[in-house]
Design a protein around this ligand. Structure first.
Ligand code: NAD
Ligand code: MN
Length: 364
């Protein structure tokens, strides 16, 4: 029996309504998987800030560092006006725990009748993972403004390192292999074999994106990735193809800025923010996090879609090397969606959060 210690950080708004769903599904996993869970409730978010003066209390970081194997993070209500002393706890957590990858799977409901190559079908089956480098590129935030002969000029540093490019590409390769295992464990998918697509603009940015491209290629040439096909795509034509032919992508690896843009764009392919999970991943640690925010417009009504959180929980398990458990959760969620009878209002249904959760638990 393996015991996993999981920190639970509901945060604000519907974070408090969906994170309990993550806990419930972990507790409901069949005993045959040999897993036990110990949960530690942890604080972060705007309410925490208003009460304690810190959006991310030191205690939360300490417990995650020394007392947890992974965590689930709900959402925070970041005020749209600047508030003195407040900054986003999830951004701080990524830095403090060196969670260098942001991983975002985007998957549509696959009705039992759809086939991967039916290009005449109005439904575009989508099943991809975007692996975004999370520590460098233009987001090093080294900007300056100065007066040039023609007026004001602003400049920003775009930094790409071999180390960061290598580790993010290797992670993309591992994810491609792991997805193959999860398919083998019975989760339906439109892909038959693993593929990683390297995204860049090295035709223009030959040094920075050029280094990303060659380093990613080299990382994915390692023998352990022999079964993973590797291709590359220039980022602008990638956006075109993402809309026209999203079914073509399995795992996408991208530098920070392109990954940020592609991952939000890709999330639009599947109909509701309430379906899209993510994970923030570092060396031996992963935080599952639904992509949506705190949804103040529906909070307190018990109608938030729990699926983004359930899928984020499965994703966290993948990074804790519990693929079989992850596969059970993915398959149960897919079965609920494919049947389409118990859906939350964002998907056109009338089911409450708890009813959706219970339907999925029954299918585990
Ligand atoms: P949002 O994601 O909270 O909501 C956007 C829309 O999607 C709303 O209509 C909401 O009702 C709906 N929605 C989102 N998740 C849903 C779910 N699980 N089920 C059903 N419907 C769902 O984005 P927003 O309204 O722009 O932001 C609200 C707050 O959340 C802001 O304070 C923002 O700063 C914060 N936010 C936090 C995160 C995060 O914590 N990672 C991300 C985005 C926004
Ligand atoms: Mn973004």
């Amino acid at each position: 029996i393996r015991t996993l210690r999981i920190g639970l950080i509901p945060g604000d708004g519907i974070g408090k309504e969906v994170i309990p769903a993550g806990r419930r599904i972990l507790e409901a996993l069949p005993a045959s998987l040999g897993l036990k869970f110990e949960f530690t409730p942890l604080e972060a978010g705007f309410e925490t800030f208003e009460r304690t003066g810190a959006a991310l209390p030191d205690a939360t970081v300490e417990v995650l560092r020394s007392g947890c194997d992974g965590a689930l993070f709900g959402a925070v209500s970041s005020p749209s006006h600047p508030v003195k002393g407040y900054s986003s706890p999830i951004v701080a957590l990524r830095k403090k725990l060196d969670l260098y990858a942001n991983v975002r799977p985007v998957k549509s409901v696959i009705p039992a009748t759809a086939t991967a190559s039916s290009s005449s079908s109005p439904i575009k089956p989508v099943d991809m993972v975007i692996v975004r480098e999370n520590t460098e590129d233009l987001y090093v935030k080294e900007e300056k403004t100065f007066d040039g002969p023609q007026g004001r000029v602003a400049e920003a540093v775009k930094r790409i390192s071999e180390r960061a490019s290598h580790r993010i590409a290797a992670m993309a390769g591992e994810i491609a292999l792991r997805r193959q295992n999860i398919r083998a464990a019975g989760t339906p998918s439109i892909h038959a074999s693993p593929l990683v697509t390297i995204t860049h603009k090295s035709n223009v940015l030959s040094q920075t994106d050029g280094l990303f491209r060659t380093t990613a290629r080299a990382a994915l040439a390692a023998p352990r990735f022999a079964s993973v096909a590797v291709e590359e795509q220039i980022v602008d034509s990638m956006v075109y193809k993402l809309f026209r032919q999203p079914e073509a992508y399995d795992v996408i690896v991208a530098p920070n800025l392109y990954g940020d843009i592609l991952s939000d764009g890709a999330a639009a392919l599947v109909g509701s923010l309430g379906l899209v999970p993510s994970a923030n991943v570092g060396e031996g640690f992963a935080i599952g996090e639904p992509c949506h925010g705190s949804a103040p417009d529906i909070q307190g009504q018990g109608i938030a879609n729990p699926i983004a959180t359930l899928r984020s929980t499965a994703l966290m398990l993948e990074f804790l090397e519990e693929e079989a458990a992850a596969a059970r959760i993915y398959a149960a969620v897919d079965a609920n969606l494919a049947e389409g009878k118990l859906l939350s209002p964002d998907l056109g249904g009338t089911a409450k959060t708890d009813e959706v959760v219970e339907d999925i638990l029954r299918r585990l």
